[in-house]
Design a binder for this molecule. Sequence first.
Ligand code: PPY
Length: 302
Amino acid sequence: MKEPVAYLGPVGTFTHEAARALFPGHDQALTPYSSIPDVLTAVDRGECEYGVVPVENAIEGSVNLTLDWLIHQVEVPITAELIYPISQYLMIHPDQAGRPLNSFTRILSHPQALAQTQMYLRKHLPRAALSYVESTADAALRVQENPGEAWVAVGTRSAGELYGLKIVAREIQDVPNNFTRFIAVGKEISCEPGSSWKSSLLVSLPSDFPGALYRVLQSFARHGVNLSRIESRPTKKRLGTYHFFIDAETKLEHPSMKQAIQEVEAWQCRIRRFGSYPSYTFDKINVFQPVDNREAEAYNQR
Ligand SMILES: O=C(O)C(=O)Cc1ccccc1
């Protein structure tokens, strides 16, 4: 048995798909947890060697729950990232087939999935209430368990199939290029040759002096370190104070990165290193069989 990989479950989440792509051949070892904090805690406590969680979406931005747990609650290194395409499907219980879409009363999903499909949902299900659950597959499971309710779930095609739901619309995200960045945390994982590398850091300013953040950014710029992301998160100590979560396209052990960090630390900033890791994009988009959409389209046109 391979070492366990914790992921945001149950089976059929986007994170499950990302974990399968990051850990091919580990299907038996993939272990569902019911929330992002549970995944990160399992790795932090050593219950699982690896974990996979979402960290950023192209439409909705950061998954703050992931960032805040990485910053405040656990001490786990980031070991890989995967940029994975997201297609959202609208699913109902088969017992509800035939009911017009605009008469469904409740839409269940993960907050990110509901945000990514808000325009579609406002147009097609204007009277339905939104129900936020821990994951898209959790939503599908709840719809399966409540055949008598006029509920819909938004999530993966695989969840629709696993939980025996009827897919009534596909690709309902509001913009076409919907990608999510997932990270693996925990033990180092073997990487494919030729991968591009990234590093993640948390920079905390000593106090709010004029130009503090400018000094930090200037140090990276001066040493030719390209930053690909900077995200501020509240310190949770005082209103208006922040940690800066920074991704760079240079390894931590590279001399230019070391110099930049040294300079930032000389400004009395605290730096926490989350590690350097390979960055993958998922280009085998059709690895999961494409759904036959004719039925769904016909349904939508009624
Ligand atoms: O709920 C899921 O399926 C997840 O893995 C979280 C998520 C939700 C929406 C887009 C990407 C990841």
